[in-house]
Design a protein. Structure first.
Length: 145
């Protein structure tokens, strides 16, 4: 039986971001964004504090895991949904508030493309929402409540 990493988290079909760790806050530093599926390795390409953080994704966890006492790797899933790079932008609004925008560039080679693309877009949108809500809650002092 195959289970997605999302299904192994606390919420079915929702990959869960646990934390981000890194070795510095500058261009060239490497972030490790750890999800319920495992870590994404993200070397920072642009660190323009306080406006923009851009990174590429050099490693990511497997999309599925075989539920078995043996280590079985389904190779037909390799490179079918690949995160390429990401970016966060801060935009100061005229009313004094700040808008945080997150973008992910990824490749989806699953078939049928229209059907699978709609699902992958929805999943990545949910991940963005969770991450951006966490950033908002942390900035506003509400994290962990």
């Amino acid at each position: 039986m195959l289970r997605s990493h999302a299904e192994r988290g606390n919420e079915v079909n929702r990959p869960k971001a646990h934390y981000t760790a890194g070795a510095g806050a500058a261009t060239g530093a490497v972030r490790h964004c750890v999800f319920s599926a495992g870590p994404f390795v993200e070397p920072i390409e642009v660190w323009d504090e306080p406006r923009r953080l851009a990174f590429r994704v050099t490693e990511q966890p497997a999309p599925m895991e075989e539920l078995s006492p043996f280590h079985i790797h389904p190779p037909h899933l390799d490179n079918f949904l690949v995160s390429r790079r990401g970016e966060f932008r801060l935009d100061r609004r005229p009313d004094g508030r700040t808008r945080l925008e997150g973008t992910t560039w990824y490749t989806n080679r699953m078939w049928p493309a229209d059907y699978r693309g709609a699902w992958s877009d929805a999943i990545i949108h949910r991940i963005h929402r969770r991450v951006l809500e966490h950033v908002r809650d942390t900035a506003e002092g509400r994290a962990g409540r």
